[in-house]
Ligand binder design. Structure first.
Ligand code: PRT
Ligand code: MG
Length: 225
């Protein structure tokens, strides 16, 4: 049996079509249920539903052989014991620094002001500001980072942004991009050694599904020459 860890929401929704194309389809009723262990059309593959930030943990300990996790989550959690063979190109977003529209970030940097930065991504934020030689006080939050500058908890936030709609709705602006992010397939290294044929075949099928999806996207939205 191969166990694949996924989080509900965009990762689940965007991974299912790739799995389906790889021959591992999930019944719609099962997908919508509250079950935490979801069977697939392949009796040798099952899904487990976990919190996005818990995916690397399940895979690292071998409770799942494979998982799908955002690059943001992987950078925060570390990747020891994990292979990252495939960039799935889904759940795309970017990790950014954002501030209130009326906050002069460039001037605060010039003055050498010690900023307070609220974020769930403490490791990524620490590295980013250290590389810029900026001293910041990091405040760890677990969600709704966008609120922090509005109630003076922080001067800036580090958060992932996709459409930018949430920032705009809260009168925040993006001032720096730190990383571009997409979701990766991760694999437990020991699982790959003990089930090389089965897992290898699944990885090949998923890689083909990703290439086909990206080719279809390119032909639907050709990039300007
Ligand atoms: O929600 P929960 O606390 O359970 O966990 P999570 O937020 O880690 O999970 P989930 O499912 O929201 O995100 C899983 C992964 O999707 C993340 O690790 C990212 O790699 C990726 N991803 C892609 C995003 C977004 N796009 C995104 N927009 N993750 C979060 N967001 C948030 C963003 O923080 C903002 O608050 O969505 C909000 C709206 O974004 P806009 O810019 O489209 O308005
Ligand atoms: Mg979320």
């Amino acid at each position: 049996m191969i166990t694949l860890a996924l989080s509900k929401g965009r990762i689940f929704d965007e991974t299912l079509p790739l799995l389906e194309a790889a021959g591992v389809s999930v019944d719609a009723v099962q997908a919508d249920s509250r079950r935490l262990i979801v069977p697939t059309a392949d009796p040798e593959v099952r899904l487990i539903i976990v919190r996005a930030s818990d995916v690397p943990t399940y895979v690292r300990y071998g409770a799942a052989d494979l998982g799908v996790a955002g690059r943001d989550v992987l950078l925060e959690s570390g990747v020891e014991g994990l292979y990252q063979p495939i960039d799935l190109g889904i759940a795309r977003c970017r990790l950014c620094v954002a501030v209130r529209q009326d906050f002069d970030y460039a001037q605060a940097i010039r003055r050498g002001a010690r900023m307070r930065v609220a974020t769930k991504y403490v490791e990524c934020a620490r590295q980013h500001f250290a590389a810029k030689g900026m001293h910041v006080d990091l405040i760890k939050l677990y969600g709704s980072m966008e609120l922090a500058p509005l109630v003076s908890l922080a001067d800036a936030i580090v958060d992932v942004v996709s459409s930018g709609g949430t920032l705009r709705a809260n009168r925040l602006v993006e001032v720096e991009e730190i990383l571009s992010i997409s979701a990766r397939l991760i694999v437990n290294q020991a699982s790959l050694k003990t089930q090389p044929r089965r897992i290898g075949a699944l990885l090949d099928a998923v890689a083909r599904a990703v290439s086909a999806q990206q080719a279809a996207e390119r032909s639907a939205h050709p990039s300007p020459k």
